[in-house]
Design a protein around this ligand. Structure first.
Ligand code: S3P
Length: 435
């Protein structure tokens, strides 16, 4: 397994501008919704990462023609009932989003599909999707443990009223995709509002889908016809978050992040940064179905923070970074109601605790979160950090290293390509601009 030397404290801080790569959640959805629409869907600023490539290849296997170059992806959609059986199993790699959303998309077909993934994905729960879909008439088999490989036997789907048991945009999206193929309307009620990219995108493509005032109840009518569109993917706030945090915790920094998604179901990290005393402003903002803008942020001292359940969905992927912010804030911080972290690419409560402890941070693991006693300077006692094969843990540790002046190494940095292949290049560009 490869190991790399990490950059440590840059005395003059981080400076410069990063154009943030496309949003992962929106890139997956643009491919899938394009595939079940009629005509051509053009995707600009698509995220070329391993996870999104898994979705692209799986759709090709399902008979969809997709032309792709670095600048643009063109999906030649075949309509709501246009997917075709794949002779080979569908390879999901490390991608939970590909797997769970496809389970919904395949539920109402007239053929059988087999979905398989890598060792990390094969440990993650799939019953949370199979169960609600089966209440709609889907026939889905998982292993006894409720994991991959999954067999989806296409069947007749009926709309119903369903209350979801976990706050998960992936589960909600699977149900919505299945509901498009149903014979009657569907209502899905979430535990807490989660990212709404599927709803926004389907509305853009002509589906009859509406969200009630509570932001948790979604009504979907069966779709006979969706029409291909042009999708401009904004930058992923979950990728921008690594640099938002880096600029905040590395003294003397001032950077600008361009084209960052500002969809309110995703901006929990901005609320937390504000509460902790971070110093940022939104320079420019474009409000349309998927809002985005430019953010300028500079270094600041931080106050401890307390995060509880209702806030979690809007910053679920940023919680390792919130732990890092807390580690730099003088005093006791708490993250609660975040048990979902245990079923991500790794058990992120455990991996964050292990790795921040190596850096000399005092972290106590809770069943549903962490207590972190932060301080300005850590007593780092290890030189070898580990991504545990989890992209977001790897990038969080690369940012944490910038806070120390000790020689540090990261095991398995390759995992980062799952969501942000150019992460180290972009980080280097901020280290090389000297003010
Ligand atoms: C995602 C939803 C979230 C998130 C993941 C992407 C999506 O997962 O953690 O990175 O695109 O719908 P859950 O639905 O499991 O919360």
């Amino acid at each position: 397994m490869k190991k790399i030397k990490l950059d440590t404290l840059p005395p003059k801080g981080l400076h410069g501008t990063v154009d943030i790569p496309g949003d992962k959640s929106i890139s997956h959805r643009a491919l899938m919704v394009g595939a079940i629409s009629e005509g051509q869907t053009t995707i600009n600023h698509f995220l070329w990462s391993q996870d999104c490539q898994n979705t692209l290849e799986a759709l090709r296997q399902l008979g969809i023609k997709i032309e792709a170059n670095k600048e643009q992806v063109i999906v030649h959609g075949k309509g709501v009932r246009g997917l075709e059986a794949s002779a080979q199993p569908l390879e999901m790699g490390n991608s939970g989003t590909t797997t769970r959303l496809l389970m919904g998309l395949l539920a109402g077909t007239d053929f059988t599909s087999r979905l398989q993934g890598d060792s990390s994905l094969s440990k993650r729960p799939m019953k949370r999707v199979a169960e609600p879909l089966s209440k709609m008439g889907a026939q889905i088999e998982t292993t006894k443990l409720g994991t991959l490989p999954v067999i989806v036997k296409g069947s007749k789907i009926h709309g119903t009223k369903l209350q979801l048991q976990v706050a998960s945009a992936q589960v909600k999206s699977a149900v919505i995709f299945a509901a498009l193929q149903a014979d009657t309307p569907m209502t899905v009620i979430e535990k807490l509002p989660t990212r709404n990219h599927t709803e926004l995108m389907l509305r853009k493509f002509g589906a009859d889908i509406s969200t009630e005032k509570d932001q948790k109840t979604i009504n979907i009518k069966p779709a006979n016809r969706l029409r291909g569109q042009v999708v401009n993917v904004p930058g992923d706030i979950s990728s921008a978050a690594f640099f938002l945090v880096a600029a905040t915790i590395v003294p003397n920094s001032r950077i600008t992040l361009k084209n960052v998604s500002l969809n309110p179901t995703r901006t929990g990290i901005l609320n937390v940064l504000k509460r902790m005393g971070a110093n940022f402003k939104i320079l420019y903002r474009e409000n349309n179905d998927e809002s985005y803008g430019d953010i300028e942020i500079s270094a600041s001292n931080l106050k401890p923070v307390r995060i509880t359940g209702v806030e979690i969905p809007a910053l679920i992927d940023e919680l390792p970074l919130v732990a890092l912010l807390a580690a730099c804030a003088d005093g006791k911080s708490e993250i609660r109601g975040a048990a979902e972290l245990r079923v991500k690419e790794t058990d992120r409560i455990s991996t964050v605790t292990q790795e921040l402890s190596k850096l000399g941070v005092s972290v106590t693991e809770l069943p549903d979160g962490m207590i972190i006693h932060g301080r300005k300077n850590w007593k780092t006692n290890t030189v070898e950090l580990d991504s545990h094969g989890d992209h977001r843990i790897g990038m969080m540790l690369a940012v944490a290293a910038l806070r120390t002046d000790q020689e540090l190494y990261l095991n398995d940095p390759a995992a980062i390509a799952v969501s942000y292949p150019s992460f180290f290049e972009d980080l280097k560009s901020l280290l090389n601009v000297r003010k």
